[in-house]
Design a protein around this ligand. Structure first.
Ligand SMILES: [Zn+2]
Length: 282
């Protein structure tokens, strides 16, 4: 994807295959009929939703920015990871070249390559995190949520452990800050206390990195209620706000887990309950 001077490449680290029945709840959980428009994104053998895990690399001017750092090595099921470093080198980018790492939020599948075996993996990078997520997840006494317990090795995956080798390079930001030229951190709390959408602007062009605002196309188009959201009301409000903007503007966007980390846009479609449909863009 090209946005003005910004070259943005998806880096696939791994994936999580998830039973779609457990993903969404709320007052109106999606039915098989609701999933039907998105069947092409389900595993044809198991019917599971495939959530790709990885990063976006944003290169412009003298900046080499990594958005999230994937899962890392030796993940516990249903997560797997490990591809990120090869994906970087495939673009002729070394971990040493990364100037900035920016985080959508601090869940386990977004912070994995921050450090490995107690050493910084991007030793020259500034580490940029929303203040609220840092204050929520970084205390050593952080209490894991139920879904986190089964997938977390405490001596490796906790935020306090993962970020210890880079603690001296952390720069906290607030929602609304322009954290780098042309990259603005936008308020999108709900999935986590400080979950962030990034707005990329260059030469009059724009795109949004949605992070975990949504995990599937249906969640965005129909505002499905994800079981893992920390604040369900805020999360749904945020989805509806960004859905309106994306539909009104036709801006390209990428989420952190859409299959293949493809970019997409929202278009008019009278056949769907919301009148909106998702389509991929190059
Ligand atoms: Zn995630």
């Amino acid at each position: 994807m090209q946005i003005g001077d910004m070259r943005i490449d998806a880096l696939i680290d791994g994936e999580a295959a998830l039973d779609k029945e457990g993903l969404y709840g709320g007052v109106n959980p999606p039915t098989e009929e609701d999933w039907a428009p998105y069947a092409r994104y389900l595993d044809p053998c198991t019917g599971q939703q495939i959530n790709t895990i990885g990063s976006y690399l944003i290169r412009y001017r003298d900046k080499v920015v990594l958005h999230d750092t994937g899962m890392g090595l030796d993940a516990l099921p249903p997560f797997n990871g490990g591809g990120l470093r090869s994906a970087l080198w495939a673009l002729d980018v070394s971990p040493l070249d990364i100037t900035d790492v920016v985080y959508s939020h601090l869940h386990i599948d977004h912070i994995g390559w921050t450090s490995q075996a107690g050493k910084a993996y991007f030793p020259n990078a500034a580490i940029r995190i929303d203040r609220r997520d840092w204050e929520h997840y970084s205390p050593t006494g952080y209490q894991l949520e139920e879904w986190e317990v089964a997938v977390t090795k405490a001596d490796r995956d906790l935020v306090s452990v993962r970020f210890a080798p880079v603690a001296h390079r952390i720069e906290l930001f607030e929602a609304g800050d322009e954290i780098l030229p042309g990259i603005v951190a936008l308020e999108a709390a709900g999935h986590t206390p400080g979950h962030t959408v990034f707005e990329l602007t260059s030469r009059g062009e724009q795109g949004l990195l949605l992070g975990d605002l949504v995990h599937t196309q249906g969640e965005l188009v129909e505002a499905w209620d994800l079981a893992f959201n920390q604040d369900h009301g805020k999360a749904i409000e945020a989805i509806e706000r960004y859905r309106r903007r994306l539909y009104d503007t036709g801006l390209p966007f990428a989420a952190a887990h859409f299959p293949g980390l493809k970019w997409g846009r929202l278009v008019k479609d009278g056949a769907t309950p919301s009148g909106i449909a998702y389509e991929t863009v190059r």
